[in-house]
Design a protein around this ligand. Structure first.
Ligand code: NAD
Ligand code: ZN
Ligand code: ZN
Length: 405
């Protein structure tokens, strides 16, 4: 079969690889109809989420049709239309039973203390082959497949594989409640759906900060109040618009590839010491890089979004971090957070916990995550699609990959 394979930092390819097979009675094989490219995949190619094993198939978002189910899978049969949540849980350990699927005791072959497992990730997550492929093996398929309800399209379900639950989880981590003023940092796919999620969870006002005009415009079309960090200081601006208080809740939907402002008053505030600190953080986060002109370019300021989050949030407010930082990343402005009584919550999304509820909300017409789906590409053009998404080409917000009909 054809699959997108991680070969090295800066090097991915569409390759012919062996078809996956059932290895355990609880496995299922899914014929992938659509997959997608996530901001997390970019970290792997840029080197800012290190530790990938050569030959790992990339991708952790997909919808498809069950091709074959092992004898330990009693709730799905060949022909069922399914969505695959990104993280892998066993469904029977105490963590999975409590809804912490991303901290399953069993799924990660590195042991119960190893943390999240997901498809197409680094060795520390288990090096499970990913979903940008014609077929995929789904372990513990009784838990890691979710049936797509009638009336929900493949495109809608694809957004529920990862980015909508992640955005929803980000708003939950930030403790968004009725009437809250929320700031979302990052207007990529996760940030856009964090606007939708925060609204549904009761937010009164929602601000969105990014440096790309097209992505800010997409957020404004959801009636978010937008701030371009290359033209305005986001901390000053959001404070000014909130009577000096700042937002009650902030969601970091940026992660380790954060950029520093290229112009405007926020850029003037960046000191030589800030730059040196970010250089140190960059070297720590990404020991190996493969930047090639504008291709696979890391963010120049890994801690920028976290710092803005701590500086802008209201006293005693909450920050929810879903932007990805690698395990060896150690910088966080703890002193400022501690002295302003902030609550900070972070994590990999427990996708499986939210997927069924979000699908039924979509089926009832209560949300449509496809408004941010801008690109429908096919598997043969996947490498070009990765490059355009990596460059954040205008209009390229979320890329779906049609794999088979
Ligand atoms: N925790 C999870 O389970 C989980 C799941 C999916 C994605 N993620 C992570 O969420 C993040 C966003 O994913 P995405 O697919 O939307 O990625 P993306 O790369 O498309 O979006 C990131 C956005 O942040 C903006 N940005 C850069 N620097 C910024 C700054 N200083 N302030 C504000 N905005 C800034 C970029 O311009 C871009 O629009 C990534 O780090 C991804 O790895 C986490
Ligand atoms: Zn993802
Ligand atoms: Zn488990």
């Amino acid at each position: 079969m054809k699959a997108v394979v991680w070969q090295d930092v800066g090097k991915i390819a569409l390759e012919e690889v062996p078809d996956p097979g059932i290895r355990d009675p609880q496995d299922a094989i899914v014929r992938i109809t659509s997959s997608a490219i996530c901001g997390t995949d970019l970290h792997f190619v840029r080197g800012t989420m290190p530790g990938m094993r050569r030959g790992t198939i990339l991708g952790h978002e997909a919808v498809g049709v069950v091709e074959e189910a092992g004898p330990g899978v009693r709730n799905f049969v060949a022909g069922d239309r399914v969505v695959i949540p990104s993280t892998i849980g066993c469904g029977r350990c105490v963590y999975c039973r409590a809804g912490y699927y991303a901290q399953c005791d069993v799924a990660n072959p590195n042991g119960p203390g190893a943390g999240s497992s997901f498809y197409g990730g680094p060795e520390a997550t288990g090096s499970f082959d990913g979903l940008q492929a014609e077929y995929a093996r789904v372990p513990y398929a009784h838990t890691n497949l979710v049936a797509i309800p009638p009336g929900v399209t493949d495109e809608q379900a694809l957004m529920v594989s990862d980015i909508l639950p992640t955005a929803w989880f980000g708003a939950r981590l930030a403790e968004v409640g009725l009437g809250d003023t929320v700031a979302v940092l990052g207007a990529g796919p996760v940030g856009q759906l964090a606007v939708l999620s925060a609204r549904i969870q009761g937010a009164g006002r929602v601000f969105v900060v990014d440096g790309h005009a097209d992505r800010l415009e997409t957020a404004r079309l959801q009636n978010a109040e937008i701030i371009d960090f290359n033209a305005e200081d986001p901390v000053e601006t959001v404070k000014e618009f909130t009577g000096g208080a700042g937002p009650d809740r902030v969601i970091d939907a940026v992660g380790v590839d954060a950029e520093s402002p290229a112009g405007g008053p926020a850029a003037e505030g960046v000191t030589g010491q800030d730059r040196r600190e970010w250089e140190r953080e960059r070297a720590q986060a990404a020991p190996k890089t493969a930047q090639d002109g504008s291709r696979w370019r890391q963010g120049d300021a890994p801690g920028q979004a976290l710092r803005w989050a701590v500086d802008m949030v209201a006293k005693a407010g909450t920050i929810g971090i879903v932007g990805v930082y690698p395990p060896q990343y150690t910088s966080f402005p703890l002193g400022a957070a501690m002295n302003r009584n902030l609550t900070v919550k972070a994590g990999n999304c427990n996708h499986r916990r939210y997927v069924p509820g979000l699908l039924s909300r979509i089926a009832k017409g209560g949300a449509d995550p496809t408004t941010i789906l801008t690109q429908q590409e096919t598997l043969p053009s996947v490498i070009d699609a990765y490059e355009a998404f990596d460059r954040r080409e205008p209009g390229w917000t979320k890329v779906a990959l049609e794999v088979s009909g």
